[in-house]
Design a protein around this ligand. Structure first.
Ligand SMILES: C[S@@+](CC[C@H](N)C(=O)[O-])C[C@H]1O[C@@H](n2cnc3c(N)ncnc32)[C@H](O)[C@@H]1O
Length: 262
């Protein structure tokens, strides 16, 4: 099999999108930060939770490697793309966490270890993989979860009645986003320069996860789109859109799930 290359080399596309829609607005970062705080809160309150091993599944260039470094005794980070993996190794060094970090260039479906992890963090990965690989990947994460462990998952959220698919690319330097079919999405997962995105229908996803033995213990939508923020004009927008299942269904580019065995 040929080596995997993530379609958005050096995150050029995503950074252009953020520059276009979020320039000078701290909201995007704060919205994600609130999700990370929710993970800290949950595991802090969970009886018998062990701060032994954390797995960052799909760590990319190591953007969030620092988050759990002080809490856990050992961090394992995996990433299939060779260039991004090399950057993550450098990032671990820069964060001064190389000694407690084990890194492997491998996909989350193929990862195999005798270790069991107390926290498995999978941030913004499954929206970019072939639809046939999503449940195998989650099953493999569940397999590597300790009995009292937690999976923290973030991914893209569909505000429609079913899963939706899109692609992102640059046209003369301007970010463009289009809707595509599931088949087109799957054809793009190994492309270059066009980033395919799968927006998951939350209820369907929770039901699929329940079928593989993962129960959802927390669910939030976050990253409300700029144009919707401008219309809603709510000062505490993330709490506002999470106030009811109906609002959660209608808003949020991204979603967050905490999953446990059972
Ligand atoms: C949007 S980036 C997110 C990176 C990082 N988790 C973060 O939040 O900054 C998606 C990453 O998932 C990686 N990836 C793609 N397929 C994967 C798979 N099957 N298993 C694990 N990681 C994968 C990509 O190479 C890419 O680095």
């Amino acid at each position: 099999m040929s080596p995997y290359h993530y379609p958005d080399f050096k995150d050029v596309l995503i950074l252009k999108f953020l520059e276009k829609f979020e320039k000078d607005d701290p909201y995007w970062e704060e919205s994600e930060r609130a999700i990370l705080d929710r993970i800290f809160d949950y595991i802090g309150r969970k009886e018998g939770f062990r701060y032994e091993r954390c797995l960052d599944a799909g760590c990319g260039r190591g953007r969030l490697l620092w988050v759990f470094r002080k809490l856990f005794r050992v961090i394992t980070a995996i990433e299939p793309d060779g260039d991004r993996f090399a950057e993550a190794v450098e990032m671990a060094e820069a964060f001064g966490m190389s000694e407690k970090t084990t890194m492997q260039q491998v996909s989350a479906e193929e990862f195999a270890s005798d270790d069991r992890f107390d926290l498995i963090f999978c941030s913004h990965v499954i929206q970019h993989i072939h639809t046939d690989h999503v449940l195998p990947l989650m099953k493999n994460l569940a397999h590597h979860l300790s009995d009292n462990g937690v999976i923290a998952l973030t991914t893209c959220h569909s505000t429609g009645d079913v899963d939706q698919y899109g692609n992102n690319y640059l046209q003369n330097g301007t970010p463009v986003r289009e809707t595509v079919s599931r088949e087109e999405f799957n054809n793009l997962v190994n492309s270059s320069g066009v980033l395919p995105v799968h927006y998951f229908h939350a209820e369907q996803m929770m039901s699929d996860f329940a079928d593989i033995g993962l129960k959802t213990v927390d669910f939030r939508v976050f990253h409300v789109a700029r144009e919707e923020r401008d219309v809603l004009r709510q000062p505490d927008i993330d709490n506002y859109v999470n106030a009811s299942p109906d609002l959660q269904q209608r808003y949020g580019v991204d979603m967050f799930l905490l999953l446990e065995k059972g």
